[in-house]
Design a protein. Sequence first.
Length: 298
Amino acid sequence: MNIYCYMNHFWFKNQYDPCSPSETTLYYYLLYEAERQQWVKPFRMPTQMLMSYTGLSKQSVIDAREGLKERGLITYSKGGGKGRPALYSLVLNDTDEVYTQQYRRITSSQNTTDSKTQKLTEDVARRVPQEPIQELPQDLTHESTQNVNQDLTQNLTQEQVPEQPHEASLCKAPEPPQELPQRTPAKSNQSMSQKLPLSKLRTILLNDKSWHDEMIRQLTNDGISIDHTALTRRIAGFLDWQEKLGILERGEADCRSHILNSIKKGYLKKPPVQGQTPQLAGSNQNATDRGDLPGEEV
């Protein structure tokens, strides 16, 4: 007896009349017991054992076996007390028997196809001549490699030897272009226009020595004399004055422009003595004591 026939029979019935979880559990345990007892019909099965192995209560076992009987999946007879347990039999109807026969025919056909395929593979393997493989020498040298290549080429026919490409068609691969040295990009206008905290601007502006040299050069061209010390003090005074006004951040380019303009406007308001180079207001000691705040340039 094939256990898969009963499994197919159960699920075929279950498609049209679904079983409850209790009925499914009971059926598959009865299927297990039928196979274990070598398909004796009917086979004995005490209700107490069904309750123990399936986890169902006594009433659930009674209801489940009655539902399986109504669906035509099992037949049973009640027990007669101690020593006379209930008897059960699994049922297959005619429709399922036809299905089982079709399943057996398909399985048999598949086994036949597999055996034919295996036999054909063995026949092909026997027909293919098994020639010994020429072993290469362990110590390969240039001369030994040429000899092996010549032997392999002689074994090929004239049609199998591929034509060698003409030497004129071979060209030297173009050399990859040399990478140009990367240059450090200058600050973009967008980064210069972004607002920065005054503390960060103080660090940038006071440490930008190249900018200091450029401002001194521009002021000298305008006839204004100023040294690095006075210039640094002027930049710091401008930033201190901004903090007193409550300004927390400004654009870097805007600050640089204002500082340069404040220096130009902060020159001696008195006309310079003839023959004397103009000096920046606040560059002497008195201007230093005043704090040198650029209050008039904004």
